[in-house]
Design a protein around this ligand. Sequence first.
Ligand SMILES: [Zn+2]
Length: 270
Amino acid sequence: MNAIETPLQKAEKAIREAEYIVLGAGAGLSTAAGIHYSGPDFQTAFKDMIDRYGFTDLYTSSFYPFQSEEEKWAYWSRHIDYARFAPEGLPLYKRLLELVQGKEYFVITTNVDGQFIKAGFPEEKVFEVQGDYGLMQCATACHPKRYSNENLVKQMVAEQHDCRIPSELVPVCPVCGGPMEINVRKDGYFVEDERWHARANDYYHFLEKAQDKKLVLLEYGVGFNTPTIIRFPFERMVASFPDTTLIRINKERSYPQYLLGDKYIALESL
Ligand SMILES: [Zn+2]
């Protein structure tokens, strides 16, 4: 009699045998990879702002109603640098890249920290649905263009004092002259430019191609903030595609296993 396979062995086997892999990632992946939105790393990096504004973590702090553009950008430049620019090629992301080598693969992520591409995933295989901390746009989306903010953010971090950036560094829209915002979906003004639409199309074409093949949906750290983007579609796909396995890596196991039988594998980490 064969030994019973562990879920990890089952997952490894499914990945080994897959022709196509869709990697779907949420916030839990970047947390597992070492970008901590609370705890000691956050407390050290944001001590002055924690003292001034009472921040408890880097998620709720992003809703703080700053009174001026100078304060808003002092905070956001630090937030963006911490989560987007400072971390380089995180090992867990690199491990995922190794895992999909030799397969047809595509990435869909709600993360806006750019870490897939920093770890070496080709840009044309990564659909960042909710935007990118490394890009700015007009706050009222007066024109559909996104702008790199890397140099500006680094300058803002370097030149801020007393939780404010110098006024001359405050970005303004080159078209309407109004304020700029980070390109992250949070209201009706999110800018989807040509590149965004190209990746969206690539993703749907990939699914069309993969739907009747040996496909693994590898879901990592996707919670319930925006489950309609990855989590629920993955559940629908595994239920309706003929040869698809859903591997869900999550600290919280919240799907009834019996509904999908062997097509569903739950892991807490990889
Ligand atoms: Zn504008």
